[in-house]
Design a protein around this ligand. Structure first.
Ligand code: PLP
Length: 217
């Protein structure tokens, strides 16, 4: 399955984040031995345990909601934090990254789904974001793009619309702020059930769990 997905992604230059949440290290090592180096986790405690026991050349992406007071635990090693949904969090990541003399890549998570349970900046925040110059001064973070999750639905037209909205948000931010930044280039969208649509709508990073590792309880 891994190779099939990688072959498909290679045609479009899309990066695979293998979402290993709830899965044992043994299963992660099977992917690792086949060459996969980028893994995603959504809980800090689980991420820490897996970081400790697995090879250090794995690039860990945090994809779940992050509380400000937990940033310090992952700041020494995390490769990218995809789920940044407040300025407070952005500032804390910057501070903790500086302590470790690191630069941490982050994505701004936007709430594009219909459900109100999901985290992320709301569309209204975009205006504020565009007005805010201060986040450009955070020297120890690298703003690498945006992330979003579509509504959990069978209505693929709706999913497509939500992905195109995220692409639009990305383009606005890019034009406004990051035109000269080689780093602001990622649109993280698409999971097991909708990654093909996401790629058609401009995804550069898909986060695939169950299709690779099997279903979760
Ligand atoms: C669990 C999770 C995924 C992967 O979901 P699958 O449907 O198993 O591919 C992707 N993104 C986030 C933020 C997740 O929490």
């Amino acid at each position: 399955m891994l190779q099939l997905i990688l072959d498909e992604l290679a045609k479009t230059n899309t990066t695979l984040i293998a979402v290993s949440k709830t899965k044992p290290t043994k299963q992660i090592m099977q992917m690792y031995d086949r060459g996969q180096r980028i893994f995603g986790e959504n809980r800090v405690q689980e991420l820490l345990e897996k970081y400790e026991s697995l090879p250090k050349d794995i690039q860990w992406h945090l994809i779940g909601h992050l509380q400000t007071n937990k940033v310090k635990y992952i700041a020494p090693f995390v490769h990218m934090i995809q789920s940044v949904d407040s300025f407070k969090l952005l500032e804390e990541i910057n501070k903790q990254a500086a302590k470790h003399k690191r630069t941490i890549s982050v994505l701004l998570q936007f709430h594009i789904a219909e459900e109100d349970s999901k985290f992320g900046f709301a569309l209204n925040d975009l205006v504020e974001l565009i007005d805010k110059e201060s986040f450009k001064d955070l020297k120890n973070i690298r703003l690498a793009g945006v992330m979003g999750m579509a509504t959990f639905t069978d209505d693929m037209d709706q999913v497509r619309l939500e992905f195109s909205l995220l692409k639009h948000i990305f383009t606005q931010l890019k034009n406004q702020y990051f035109d000269n930044s080689p780093h602001f280039k990622e649109i993280s969208m698409g999971m097991s059930g909708d990654f093909r649509i996401a790629i058609e709508e401009g995804s550069t990073m898909v986060r695939i769990g169950s299709l690779l590792f099997g279903g979760r309880n």
